[in-house]
Design a binder for this molecule. Structure first.
Ligand code: CU
Length: 332
């Protein structure tokens, strides 16, 4: 039936069934409640209708009755809240093993950057059965990343990162909408999420010549001169960035913040906003110097410094120090 009368979009993510189940439950409970109230109104109107010779009697309220019909529906309605909150927290908390993809929105397109360096516009290729975490920002106004088939939606804001995650379950093409009115061509700001079988995805991924995002970030880290102060061998003028990602950082003013994506981003664009305890506010801003894409690459690189070493780079020999690049030798 759904082919002729599609009431719901495709269910193509692990979250879709849960959201639909809650929605159906909400409709059912609302329907039953409406019917009960409607029925009571009708029956009472008939039973107590005006008839000849009938004299109205004043009725004292019944506290017990009133409490009963308030408390029981309250608990019934609170199930919406509890169930909704469970789904909300699930949708808000990306699994630790999620593959990260950067999204930059602008009027009027979606720019996608994979960690492997693949770039796409208005298309996002993902494999089935893998958790995908989107790290999103906007170059201009507020947009909203909305994929009905996955039952996910998140505002994409200029000046900060917001995240979203999903696990696609069914190969296919699913429409991506911008769900925040963002200017004249807002309605055209769409795209496709292309969900592929893992082997097809691997093939697609192998087709691109791009360098991994963190390598681009590493190059920027060196060419922008970051590596002269943020050193890995000796204490530089800036904090050593190894192992800081997602860890608490003590600030000069006594606060402790978590070094998440937004913290790293802010520290690049507005370095004096949060000064790490023991350091001087000497770092210049990179606002207007790095693009959002370059910022993503830098963030990806800083995050990579906190990952357990893979391949050639050992922990004692972090990527920048082991790469043979001379930047660590220049200043002493
Ligand atoms: Cu938009």
């Amino acid at each position: 039936m759904s082919k002729f009368l599609p009431l719901w979009p495709d269910q193509a993510s692990t979250m879709a069934h849960q959201v639909d189940a809650l929605y159906i439950y909400l409709l059912l409970v609302s329907g039953v409640m409406t019917a009960l109230i409607f029925l009571a109104v009708m029956l009472l109107a008939i039973k107590y209708r005006r008839s000849k010779g009938c004299v109205a009697e004043p009725i004292e309220g019944s506290t017990l009755l009133e409490i009963t019909w308030s408390i029981i529906p309250l608990f019934v309605m609170m199930t919406f809240f509890v169930w909704g909150a469970v789904i909300y927290f699930q949708e808000r908390t990306p699994p630790a093993d999620a593959t990260e993809v950067y999204v930059v929105a602008k009027q009027w397109m979606w720019k996608i950057e994979h960690m492997e360096g693949q770039r796409e516009i208005n298309e996002l290729h993902v494999p089935t059965g893998q958790n995908i975490k989107l790290i999103m920002t906007s170059q201009d106004v507020i947009h909203s990343f909305y994929v009905p088939a996955f039952r996910i939606k998140q505002d994409v804001l200029p000046g900060r990162y917001t995240t979203l995650w999903f696990k696609a379950t069914k190969p296919g093409r699913y429409h991506l909408f911008c769900a925040e009115y963002c200017g004249t061509q807002h309605s055209g700001m769409g795209g496709d999420i292309v969900v592929m079988e893992p082997q097809d995805y691997a093939q697609w991924m192998a087709g691109g010549p791009s360098a991994p995002l963190q390598d681009t970030g590493k190059q920027l880290f060196s060419s922008l001169g970051c590596s002269t102060c943020h050193r890995f061998d000796v204490q530089g003028r800036g904090p050593n960035l190894q192992g800081i990602y997602n860890k608490p950082v003590l600030l000069e003013d006594g606060r402790t913040v978590t070094a998440d994506e937004n913290y790293v981003r802010e520290s690049i664009l507005n370095p004096t906003a949060k000064i790490v305890n023991g350091f001087k506010p000497v770092m210049p801003t990179f606002q207007g110097i790095v693009s959002d894409e370059q910022l993503n690459a830098l963030v990806a690189y800083v995050k990579s410094l906190s990952r357990p070493a893979t391949g050639t780079a050992g922990l004692q020999n972090p990527p920048a120090a082991s790469s043979g690049q001379p930047q660590n030798m220049q200043v002493q």
